[in-house]
Write a protein that binds this ligand. Structure first.
Ligand code: C5P
Length: 193
């Protein structure tokens, strides 16, 4: 049976960096599921058709990392039919040997509730805004407002809201270096693996 690591958390919490590092360390596949929602939102038109028709060319677009793409993603991510259209792809990805790391908002709660390891990665709002501002070369105050709006939409939606799974290990990266956060995550997986 493949080994699954589910990583959830708000934007700019460090979950993507941790997911990539875990995949490299354990030799697992990695899927940034936020990219599926960003690509669906960026495609335009009927979002359910866009989600069902996603191809490699959609996922490779270079405008997907922008704050605007994040906002568009969180709007279409609240539509239950859009989420349902993306489930199969994520399940097939998670079934790959020897294992897979998926990061997003609902991996431990909805997509892979039987994952062997669940991490909920978080950080203070100010730290997350500063990180995202540095990454995108944007204003921290503006990033803070943007992140809070997106977090609110992601936590308050009716379908698959962002929240830690009951059995998730919570990792607060506010005061951790990247290396320390990765070491903690590897230790959490190694306890089970
Ligand atoms: O992780 P990222 O910031 O790229 O995600 C963009 C948006 O996609 C999130 O704000 C959220 O609304 C949505 N998303 C989701 N479920 C996931 C991954 C992302 O609803 N598993």
């Amino acid at each position: 049976m493949p080994f699954i690591i589910a990583i959830d958390g708000p934007a700019a919490s460090g979950k993507g960096t941790i997911a990539r590092a875990l995949a490299a360390h354990f030799g697992f596949h990695h899927l940034d599921t936020g990219l599926l929602y960003r690509a669906t939102g960026a495609k335009g038109g009927d979002p359910v058709a866009a989600a069902l028709g996603l191809g490699p060319e959609d996922l490779g677009r270079d405008d997907l990392r922008s704050a605007a793409a994040g906002q568009a993603a969180s709007r279409i991510a609240a539509i239950p039919e859009v989420r349902a259209a993306l489930v199969d792809f994520q399940h097939r990805f998670a079934a790959q040997e020897p294992g897979a790391v998926l990061d997003g908002r609902d991996i431990g709660t909805v997509i892979c509730p039987h994952a062997q390891v669940k991490l909920y990665v978080t950080a203070s709002d100010d730290v997350r805004a500063a990180r995202r501002a540095a990454e995108l070369g944007a204003d921290p105050a503006q990033m803070l407002a943007e992140l809070r709006e997106r977090d609110r939409r992601d936590t308050e939606r009716a379908t698959a809201p962002l929240r830690p799974a009951g059995d998730a290990v919570v990792l607060d990266t506010s005061t951790l270096s990247i290396d320390a956060a990765i070491a903690d995550a590897i230790a959490a997986v190694a306890r089970v693996r």
